[in-house]
Design a protein around this ligand. Structure first.
Ligand code: 2HA
Ligand code: ZN
Length: 261
């Protein structure tokens, strides 16, 4: 059991390293969480901070669940090199509102915990196979979120999916936009969850993105593909032209060949 838990820790560290290498994780930017409830036994009886902390949102489906979460104020590059010194292990209390820290080191979870909790709760309620949530600050996508016309319904998602076939194939439900809300707020968590019900990835205006996956590397891949499209757009504009994009016929051919719904 310990070996399998360690492999989740290693994958969180691997994904954190990618965020740093991409230049998407300045200072303490970004956070990652994984539901690791299957390893509950490893943490029985450990409680360095026996206070119950308020998670900021009601998450009844998570009562008793165990989450591995990057620590507040920690750097992604430090999560990559020394994961357990920079991650919190938390158990959600039976009231589905509070949590306790149960790892040997009393690291406190990310400031974006309300969004992470709301989404893990949704995974369990909806029967989703996803168990990982990732938030990061991809430069080109954040830059594009500063331009109001891109934030109109479906504009940016449609543009990005027309730039390379992979974006449509691997993110068929595209990008949902959440208007600016205070980082770490309950409002940001609620709006994010709303958009995630019908999109693969959510863009937080003037801040960053949030993606989900069966594991943290899968969540990273979603963001990487979308930001690649954003980079292609930015480079084309820098070369002085507006990229043509795939034609409606080419998009339709992709849809019929690769997208199961
Ligand atoms: O973890 O990125 O949004 C720090 C942040 C807050
Ligand atoms: Zn952020």
């Amino acid at each position: 059991m310990k070996k399998n838990f360690n492999s989740v820790v290693r994958m969180m560290a691997e994904a954190a390293g990618y965020l740093w290498e991409k230049g998407w994780a300045e200072r303490n930017g970004g956070n990652i969480s994984c539901n690791v409830s299957q390893y509950k036994k490893l943490f029985e009886g450990i409680s360095p901070l026996s206070v119950e902390l308020d998670g900021g949102v009601d998450v009844p489906a998570l009562a008793g669940a165990l989450l591995l979460v990057t620590g507040t104020g920690t750097r992604m590059r430090d999560v990559a090199s020394d994961p357990m010194a920079n991650m919190a292990v938390i158990r959600i209390c039976d009231d589905g509102r509070h949590y306790v820290i149960v790892a040997e080191r009393p690291v406190r979870p990310t400031s974006e915990l309300p969004s992470h909790l709301a989404i893990h709760n949704y995974f369990l309620q909806s029967g989703s196979p996803c168990r990982a949530v990732m938030h990061t600050h991809p430069t080109e996508l954040v830059a594009m979120s500063h331009y109001a016309p891109f934030l109109e319904k479906d504009v940016l998602g449609t543009l990005l999916r027309s730039l390379i076939p992979e974006t449509y194939i691997f993110c068929p439900k595209g990008l949902g936009i959440v208007p600016y809300a205070l980082p770490g707020s309950q409002k940001l968590a609620e709006k994010t969850l709303e958009k995630l019900r019908s999109h693969d990835v959510v863009l937080w205006e003037k801040h960053g993105v949030l993606a989900v996956g069966k594991d943290p590397v899968e969540a990273f891949d979603m963001i990487d593909i979308l930001n690649k499209s954003a980079q292609i757009y930015v480079r084309a504009r820098a070369m002085g032209f507006v990229p043509a994009g795939l034609t409606p016929e080419q998009m339709e051919e992709l849809r019929k060949s690769f997208i199961p719904f």
